[in-house]
Every structure is written in structure tokens, then in C-alpha cells.
Design a binder for this molecule. Structure first.
Ligand code: TYM
Length: 341
């Protein structure tokens, strides 16, 4: 695809989304939500509970409603300010679905066929996967581009989807001779915890769908559960290394030290130096104390917020109104460019 000669000149904006599909975990917090908080000081930000993405696989309607509120509560409890940033749920702003349809007609089957997440999620029985699951990355592009967002903080697992969003933006701009109309959104994947791994297997991503609850720290875990899970976390027989180079081929050590660095806002080099030559058990003990000191207040605040459902729904509705005001003119202009009256 040829490079665009005219680039997007509009304002910078941050967009990101989290699916309301069960327990949020430490990977979601460190890879995404914690970073949402920091970015609010630099950018105008929209943070979305992506309920339309969630229903690409079966969701119990009652659980979907409560998970949607839980993710919104987690954003706020972690420090996203609903006055400064826009917090809302995806299905409340129709521009996402409308723009996704247009992008279904821009993206190519070949592009989507390459998406590893679809292959992972659909598993062996691809014929039985929903059409929505296949078209999922087009909806993601619509989420971002409905606001002409320029920066997208995500964990490492979303990189391929973000590249597809850029391809869609570029193809749209080229096909409709609208140079620079959509920005090519930049993924913001940075820090020591872009890919938090399972506590039971340093080669597998920490994920909501992993059967063993011991593989992850949930934001809903109490201090006891956090302590137990770190204690049982997989380790290796050697002492902790003296340099970052020594973490090669030691995924469990790398994971725990990375989590420590991210939770304490320190560089990985610094943390490796602190634990050089020590046993896993001393790292695990300190990590447990640190994780509890960061996560307990968030859990407490989430519980408080979830106790007042009406208030939380008001926050979501107000966010949706503000999001809609940004998206509608962009959608109208997109439709005009496409030739829709
Ligand atoms: P989701 O809901 O699976 O995850 C939410 C965010 O958490 C990050 N994440 C991780 N980061 C580090 N280590 C891990 N083990 C880990 N697991 C998850 C994800 O990378 C993500 O940033 N498709 C997206 C949601 C989405 C979206 C968007 C994101 C929909 N539209 C538009 C950005 C922009 C997803 O399923 O995330």
C-alpha cells in the first residue's frame, strides 16, 4: 500500500477499550488501565467498556450488565477521572456500529484471515465462530477512528489489531481520495508490563479465559488470595540474576520482576539490581506486599462504586453523551465522503 503523502493534521486524542468479559486481572491493569490514568494528564482521553466486542462470544445478559459496570468502576477506582476523561460503554454510542459497517466494506478478507487472535479464539471449530468474532478488528478500528484518536494505549496482544486499524484508515483515505482524513493511530505499548504472563506458566499470557484461577491475580482478589497466588507462582531453581541479560530463557523471573517494576513505577534494570543474587522467595514476599498495597485500595474503591449502581450508570450515560458529540460529526463527514445521503 502506498504511503500517504498528506498526513492527519487534527488534534491528538487517546482512545482505548476493555471488554466486560468476567474478571479483570493484573495484566489488564498494568498493560492498560494503569496507563490510562497517566495519559489523562497529557491528552484528551476516551475510555470505553466495549460491550459490543464482548458479545462476539456468548455472554449471559445479566453477567454482561454487571461486568460492564465492573469495568467502569475499575477505571474510576484505578484513578481515571470521569470529569476529565470520557468513560462510557460502546453500545451507547451508535457511531461505533455504523462506522464498523463501513469498515467491513473497506477491510479485506485476507487481512482478517491473518489475525492470530481470531485463530486463537475460534479454535479448531472456525465454522462455528460468530461472524462478529471474525469482523472484530473492524469494530476496533471503528472505535478508534470514530473519534479520530491518534494514540491507543494497549497491551502487547493488541498490536496486530492496531496495525489493522492503521491499514483500514489508510485504505479509506486512499480509496475515497480523502488524504489525511483519518489519522493512522499509534499504538502506545510501553513499560515493563506490556505482556504480563501467567503465574503458572511463564510462556503463556495472563488471561481471563485461562481455566486455573491461580494463573492470574484478579482485581477482585483479597490480600489472602494475592499472597497465596504469588506464593504458588511458578519459579525456577536458580538465584535471581544480576542483570537484565540474565533474564533470557527465564520467563518466570522476568515476569515477576516485570510486574514488580510496573507496580512500583520503576525501571526493570533497577528492580533486577535490587533482587540480584536473591532467592525467588524473597522477591515473592516483597511482590506480595507491593501488590496488596496497590490493589487493595482499588478493590475497596470498586466495591464502593458498585454499591451505587445508579450513580455509575449516570457516569456512563454522561460519558456516552460527550462521546457522541465528538463521534457524530466525524461519522456524518465519513458518510458524505462515502456517498451516503
Ligand atoms: P481486552 O479486554 O482483552 O484487554 C484489555 C486491555 O488489557 C490488555 N491486556 C494485557 N496487557 C498486558 N498483559 C496481559 N496479560 C494482558 N491481557 C490483556 C490488552 O492488551 C488491552 O489493552 N480488543 C481489545 C479491546 C478493544 C480496544 C478497542 C482496545 C476494543 N476496541 C480499541 C483499544 C482500542 C481487547 O480485547 O482487550
Amino acid at each position: 500500500m502506498s504511503e500517504q503523502t498528506i498526513t492527519y493534521q487534527g488534534p491528538e486524542r487517546v482512545f482505548s477499550g476493555v471488554q466486560p468479559t468476567g474478571n479483570l486481572h493484573l495484566g489488564n491493569y498494568l498493560g492498560a488501565i494503569k496507563r490510562f490514568v497517566d495519559l489523562q494528564h497529557e491528552y484528551n482521553c476516551l475510555y470505553c467498556v466495549v460491550d459490543l466486542h464482548a458479545i462476539t462470544v456468548w455472554q449471559d445478559p445479566r453477567e454482561l450488565r454487571s461486568s460492564t459496570r465492573e469495568v467502569a468502576a475499575a477505571f474510576i477506582a484505578a484513578g481515571v477521572d470521569p470529569e476529565r476523561s470520557i468513560i462510557f460503554n460502546q453500545s451507547a454510542v451508535s457511531a461505533h456500529a455504523e462506522l464498523a459497517w463501513i469498515f467491513n466494506c473497506v477491510a479485506r478478507m485476507g487481512w482478517l484471515n491473518r489475525m492470530t487472535q481470531f485463530k486463537d479464539k475460534a479454535g479448531k471449530d472456525k465454522e462455528n465462530a460468530s461472524v462478529g468474532l471474525f469482523a472484530y478488528p473492524n469494530l476496533m478500528a471503528a472505535d478508534i477512528l470514530a473519534y479520530k484518536a491518534t494514540h491507543v494505549p494497549v497491551g502487547d496482544d493488541q498490536k496486530q489489531h492496531l496495525e489493522l486499524s492503521r491499514d483500514i484508515a489508510q485504505k479509506f483515505n486512499n480509496d475515497f481520495d480523502a488524504p489525511g482524513f483519518f489519522p493512522l493511530p499509534e499504538p502506545l505499548i510501553a513499560g515493563p508490563a506490556t505482556r504480563v504472563m501467567s503465574l503458572r506458566d511463564g510462556s503463556a499470557k495472563m488471561s481471563k479465559s485461562e481455566k486455573s484461577d491461580h494463573s492470574r491475580i484478579n482485581l477482585s482478589d483479597d490480600a489472602d488470595a494475592i499472597a497465596k497466588k504469588f506464593k504458588k507462582a511458578k519459579s525456577d531453581p536458580d538465584l535471581l540474576p544480576a542483570s537484565v541479560d540474565g533474564l533470557r530463557e527465564r520467563p518466570e523471573a522476568e515476569n515477576l520482576l516485570g510486574i514488580f517494576a510496573a507496580l512500583s513505577d520503576r525501571a526493570i534494570e533497577d528492580v533486577v539490581e535490587q533482587f540480584a543474587g536473591q532467592q525467588f522467595s524473597s522477591l515473592k514476599n516483597e511482590l506480595t506486599d507491593l501488590a496488596i498495597s496497590v490493589l487493595e485500595p482499588i478493590r475497596g474503591e470498586m466495591d464502593k462504586l458498585l454499591a451505587d449502581q445508579d450513580e455509575l450508570d449516570k457516569v456512563l450515560a454522561s460519558g456516552a453523551g460527550r462521546a457522541d458529540e465528538i463521534a457524530q460529526p466525524i461519522l456524518s463527514e465519513t458518510k458524505r465522503i462515502v456517498g451516503l445521503i
